[in-house]
Design a protein around this ligand. Structure first.
Ligand code: SF4
Ligand code: SF4
Length: 476
């Protein structure tokens, strides 16, 4: 029997549009929030149940300081109880910025004649990946504009190129994709290349706003984009990522849109999105956008905490668009993946140069956390988060990993924490500065001492010893 989300009385069908603006606004406008109700809903989430749209709206509409604090405390507790303290690290690699679309908020829009259009050659991709491997990266997301040149075969080819690069101890073990919607055949081609997650952001779920911001190209078709991940699922890609660009429209509506999208995927495919992203526009004047829907820091942190509670088993990604301060706070509320050492200018990982004015014409947007991967790792260790490059489930064929880690008792202790320790050990042996290595080994020893299962502690310690002797890529 298909699951029909509360307050959505028509059945979900695959590849059929499912966002009804009036319905989402009606839920937001007609849901009353009381402190008592907020606490009940947080309890439900802590018992590992996903929230309905109405319950999410109760949290969104909570304004009083005590309720907002309770939401943040609930998210913190959920994160701690359910996810442990690992943070997965990745880096974006922009492959090409040619684009037929004209999204008003993007530096790569077709009307931006100042943008330097670049598509990395195979050799350039190899150089970039070698540079990323030399930092210690193991997980990449490849990013492409929407252009006939970047068809499914091109994407699959670049994935092959990336997986083939092995510099010293380096290897990219998981390649995710952020690219234009494909048809089912196209998604099959990309899947066959061995990708991890295919990520497509709706940008804004509001139909009117969507039309205002998308003024050219195939992206003008809201429904084709909205149903893209249904086609990906039908092609066998069951790891999909959704997202909204906060600042284009009312954040409360976008948040409900993300939850509605999650419901839809669950209803149709019995699996929700692997990850949710929620980038926030920071530089409205530069992009010549109205700042009517600017999201304040307080609202942004509140919405992250609500999302954590609303979809407790979905990975949350926060990128270097946000400052170090916001990222440090947001990871307390349940962000599970962040990028590190990010460079958005095409082709510059291998140049080792700071951003300059010339390079600004190669960027999609600006970043606000310019720390190197090493600095990010050091910062996480100092906060006692375990930096992780783990890709074990994907490679062991444990699919639906985000659901398993959440729903299988002991999964985090059995797999995620030991694997985080192993991938951090590799990093410390191969890439860390003496200072980071010292802090990292101290954290690993502390984590091992905290294991409640002696056998698991011994097995993990034995594997760490093998890594110190030179073995690589060992995992549970
Ligand atoms: Fe092209 Fe994507 Fe930028 Fe839109 S957001 S202009 S599709 S690169
Ligand atoms: Fe993710 Fe699986 Fe690794 Fe846990 S063990 S971090 S769920 S890949």
């Amino acid at each position: 029997m298909k699951f029909i989300p509360e307050h959505y009385q028509i059945e979900d069908h695959t590849k059929q549009p499912f966002i009804n603006d009036d319905e989402l606004w009606s839920i937001l406008n007609n849901t009353i929030s009381t402190h008592e109700r907020v606490l009940e809903i947080i309890d439900k989430s802590l018992s590992k149940k996903r929230l309905s749209l109405t319950e999410t709206a109760v949290l969104i509409n909570a304004q009083d300081a005590a309720s907002v604090e309770a939401i943040k405390a609930g998210a913190r507790q959920l994160k701690k109880n359910v996810y442990g303290n690992r943070i997965v690290l990745f880096a974006p690699l922009y492959v090409g910025n040619r684009c037929i679309n004209n999204c008003l908020y993007c530096g790569f829009r077709s009307s931006n004649k100042e943008a330097e259009r670049i598509t990395l050659t195979d050799n350039e991709v190899i150089q970039e990946v070698e540079a990323l491997e030399e930092q210690g990266q193991k997980r990449l997301i490849l990013v492409y504009g929407e252009h006939p040149q970047y068809d499914a075969k091109f994407i699959a080819h670049t994935v092959d190129v990336v997986y083939g690069v092995k510099k010293n101890h380096g290897a990219i073990r998981r390649v995710n994709i952020n690219a234009a919607p494909l048809d089912i055949e196209g998604f099959k081609i990309v899947k066959a290349a061995g990708i991890g997650t295919y990520q497509i952001f709706q940008e804004t779920y509001n139909h009117t706003a969507y039309q205002q911001y998308h003024k050219g190209g195939k992206k003008m078709d809201y429904d084709y984009r909205l149903t893209a991940l249904d086609r990906a699922q039908e092609a066998g890609i069951d790891d999909v990522g959704i997202g909204a660009l906060f600042g284009l429209y009312d954040w409360r509506f976008e948040l409900l849109g993300l939850v509605r999208h999650t419901n839809h995927l669950e209803a149709c495919f019995q699996v929700g999105p692997h990850t949710i992203s929620f980038p926030r526009i920071q530089n409205f004047s530069e992009e010549k956008l109205s700042n009517q829907y600017r999201v304040s820091d307080d609202d942004f942190l509140k919405l992250i905490a609500i999302l954590r509670l609303a979809v407790p088993y979905t990975g949350l990604i926060l990128t270097a668009r946000e400052s170090e301060r916001i990222r440090n706070e947001a990871i307390q509320y349940g962000v599970s993946q962040i990028d590190g050492g990010t460079k958005l200018e095409l082709g510059t990982y291998s140049q080792n140069e700071p951003t300059n004015d010339q390079n600004l014409h190669r960027e999609q947007f600006q970043i606000n956390d310019n720390r190197s991967l090493s600095e990010i790792i050091e910062g996480l260790i100092e906060q006692e988060f375990l930096p992780s490059f783990c890709t074990a489930c994907y490679r062991q064929g444990r699919t639906g990993e985000h659901f398993m880690e959440f729903s299988i008792p002991g999964f985090i202790k059995r797999y995620c924490t030991p694997n985080a320790i192993l991938t951090l050990s590799e990093y410390l042996c191969d890439y860390a500065t003496p200072q980071v290595a010292e802090k990292g080994w101290a954290l690993i020893n502390k984590e091992l001492a905290a294991f409640d299962n002696d056998d698991m502690r011994q097995q993990t310690a034995d594997k760490v010893a093998l890594i110190k002797q030179g073995q690589r890529d060992i995992y549970f």
